[in-house]
Write a protein that binds this ligand. Structure first.
Ligand code: ADP
Ligand code: MG
Length: 373
């Protein structure tokens, strides 16, 4: 089995006058694992169904390898498909379920038997041949669905929230199993999930969807470190936001006056699509919890913000502090500090200096930020 490229070009899907998918384009490399990540209703399933052939695009083209498959019937596309609700045939045994695609393709009984045995071993289901789906756990049922999708050796495997029905522990072990399978087979995978952690863990690249549009496509680290919009910044990983007014850019970086009066500097300046900010504009600052630091009051340096610890939480490998900036209402900021033992360096109620890593501060226009919600 060898993976093939998938090219998605200007795909639009309308239901009446509602646009479920708006002008989405991206390429998936042969053997690549790409996740489509977005909240419920963002158009992920619709997009995947168009690649699978169960929905027809209103406009745009889809290519697998160098074949234009936009209007090809699903069974002629050579894509395997795994759904969230395993969609197994309840009256068929495990072996019969897995054999089904080969039967449809008219392979000989002996070849089917050999391929079923191989595939069952591949997904670690040997010994379960004669069981019915109802006699399997959720994880085992999903392995049957994966085996059935892989048995005809498709160059492309599509998965729509395949682990959504499983509990956390099982989900994590299945994530590694799917990755292992994909590596071993070299199959191209397009994987739909609403779980940003799952997308980051599993994918070579992640395509973030927002309201039918593609917000950003990038490697996990790229999305995490260089989100192009406040929406992506918020959706991928934990993020703190601060609102303020852009005062202009000096030698030290962009200067922002926060709502309660104090000023901060963003050294990385205006990022991503935010070239349109001008002096006096409302802006939204974003900073990750691990790029904030706490110092005893008065010891945080010239740009520190006076703040108060509202909660000190022991998590295990790190500490989390919820911190309110003096004079600022709204939700407290999350600060994440490495843990060295069980003793928390600051306590609930402590007056502290909040130190922001100026290199890590992202700047977005406030209007775009509010659109993203
Ligand atoms: P997701 O998988 O990201 O949760 P979907 O692709 O299922 O989102 O749906 C995207 C949007 O399109 C939703 O608002 C949904 O209600 C709408 N939608 C999906 N299928 C249909 C349909 N057959 N008819 C009308 N609207 C639909
Ligand atoms: Mg869906």
């Amino acid at each position: 089995m060898k993976g093939q490229t998938v090219v998605i070009r200007d795909i639009v899907k309308r239901y009446g006058n509602f646009e479920a998918v708006s002008n989405v384009s991206f390429d998936v490399q042969a053997g690549e694992f790409v996740s489509i990540l977005g909240s419920s209703g963002s158009g992920k399933t619709t997009l995947l169904m168009m690649i699978a052939g169960f929905e027809t695009p209103s406009s745009g083209r889809i290519l697998i390898g160098d074949r234009d498959i936009t209007h090809l019937a699903p069974n002629r596309r050579d894509v395997g498909m795994v759904f969230q609700k395993y969609a197994l045939f309840p009256h068929m045994t495990v072996a019969q379920n897995i054999a089904f695609p080969l039967k449809m393709r008219g392979l000989s009984r002996s070849e089917i038997a050999a391929r079923v045995a191989d595939t069952m071993a591949l997904v670690q289901l040997a010994g379960f041949e004669r069981r019915l789906p109802s006699q399997l756990s959720g994880g085992q049922q999903q392995r049957v669905a994966v085996a059935r999708a892989l048995i005809f050796e498709p160059p492309v495997l599509l998965m729509d929230e395949p682990l959504g029905a499983l509990d956390k522990k099982l989900r994590e072990s299945m994530q590694f199993e799917i990755k292992r399978l994909q590596h071993r087979l070299g199959v191209t995978v397009i994987y739909v999930t609403h779980d940003q952690e799952e997308a980051l863990i599993m994918s070579d690249r992640v395509a973030v969807m927002e309201g039918g549009r593609l917000a950003q496509v990038g490697a996990p680290a790229e999305l995490y470190l260089s989100p192009k919009t406040a929406f992506v910044a918020d959706f991928v990983g934990k993020m703190n936001f601060l609102d303020g007014d852009y005062m202009g850019t000096g030698t030290e970086g962009a200067i922002i006056a926060l709502s309660e009066g104090s000023r901060v500097i963003a050294r990385s300046g205006l990022n991503g699509s935010c070239g349109l900010i001008s002096e006096g504009d409302r802006v939204r600052l974003a900073v990750r919890p691990e790029r904030l630091r706490l110092a005893p009051k008065g010891q945080g340096g010239p740009w520190a913000l006076p703040a108060r610890v509202e909660a000190a939480i022991f998590v295990g490998s790190f500490h989390v502090f919820l911190v309110g900036i003096e004079g600022r209402g709204g939700a407290p900021l999350q600060v994440q500090l490495p843990a060295s033992g069980a003793t928390l360096p600051f306590q609930n109620g402590d007056a502290v200096d909040l130190v922001i890593d100026q290199e890590a501060l992202k700047l977005f226009p406030a209007t775009e930020a509010s659109l993203g919600r």
